[in-house]
Design a protein around this ligand. Structure first.
Ligand code: 1HE
Length: 268
């Protein structure tokens, strides 16, 4: 379906389209620990604005080098000596990128490693599923740097870990890693081996769902969460009306009725 994405245009993102509809988007500034400069943010906006219309069925968001992302490019920020209005507009572009991710309707699985800090954690929290390995650690060092979050952490990181934990992370520089990070909600999976391999497996699984179901899962749940319960229940019914009657679902339901579809069983 849809439009072609010219992958050769991207410089700070390495993008590979898989045959199965699973695309791998790799942050590719390892010498700067994948710090997010304004150019990278523009590339994220461009890719994630386009991916939902390009037949992408799932995305793995990965990183080159040992660290997922060191957050805001502090060197660029320092050098640019931005005005309040300049930085407000920078933050608006971060929100544009991350909102396109969270609300775009295409499943995004983040493969985390090393530092996932500051704006790097804001980026990870815009994905739908986070997979970490034993090297991964999370922090919000803005408080220590004389800064504040500007890429949605007050919404998404607070949504993952709760307001009190986020405040503690920012006031004290607390670092979360290992099982504790999963327990507080910063990641959904902690794997022994490579987080990229595990994320690819999860993305391949998600890509087998019907795209319209994934669209609802990866946009409606977030939108409904922004509404009153009354409006959310109304909108949920409307969305289910569309998704649950899609012609493509009939074959899957036929298989269930005939007894040929897989059954839901506990893990052995
Ligand atoms: C950077 C950045 C960066 C590394 N901006 N250049 N973010 C932070 O406060 C994290 C700052 N970074 C670090 O704490 C460490 O660099 C890491 C833990 C991520 C990695 O440590 P390490 O020892 O592997 O690398 P390094 O030697 O510190 O850095 C290697 C290079 O990456 C070096 O550049 P070089 O040219 O001297 O080789 C670093 O300057 C560069 N580098 N991190 C720019 N962040 C919308 S508001 C969001 C608010 C925030 O995100 S605040 C930022 C929080």
């Amino acid at each position: 379906m849809g439009i072609q994405i010219d992958l050769s245009r991207f410089k700070n993102l390495d993008i590979v389209a898989g045959d199965d509809g699973v695309w791998v988007v790799t942050l590719n500034r390892p010498t700067k620990r994948n710090a997010l400069d304004s150019y990278t943010i523009e590339e994220l906006v461009e890719f994630f604005a386009t991916a939902p219309r390009a037949g992408v069925r799932a995305i793995v968001l990965a990183a080159s080098g040992d660290h997922f992302c060191a957050g805001l490019d502090l060197a660029e920020h320092h050098q640019a000596d931005r005005s309040p209005s300049d930085f407000m507009h920078i933050c608006m572009r971060w929100h544009e990128a991350f909102n396109k991710m969270e609300y775009g309707g295409v499943p995004i699985i983040a493969a985390l490693k090393g530092a996932v800090v500051g704006g790097g954690l804001e980026l990870a929290s815009a994905a739908h599923v986070r997979v970490m390995d034993n090297s991964t650690y999370f922090a919000l060092p803005e408080g220590q740097r004389g800064l504040f979050t500007g890429g949605g952490a007050t919404i998404r990181v607070a949504g993952l870990v709760g307001k009190a934990r986020m405040i503690d992370m920012m006031l004290t520089g607390r670092v979360y890693q290992g099982q504790e990070a999963v327990d507080v909600g910063l990641a959904e999976y902690l794997v022994e081996g490579s987080s990229l391999d595990a994320a690819l497996t999860l993305a391949a699984k998600a890509a087998q769902n019907l795209p319209l179901s994934n669209f609802a899962i990866c946009s409606a749940i977030s939108h409904l969460g922004n509404m009153s319960a009354l409006d959310a229940s109304y909108a949920e019914a409307v969305i289910a009306g569309v998704v649950n009657t899609q012609p493509a679902a009939r074959a899957r339901l036929d298989d269930f009725i005939k007894g040929t579809a897989s059954r839901v069983r506990p893990k052995s």
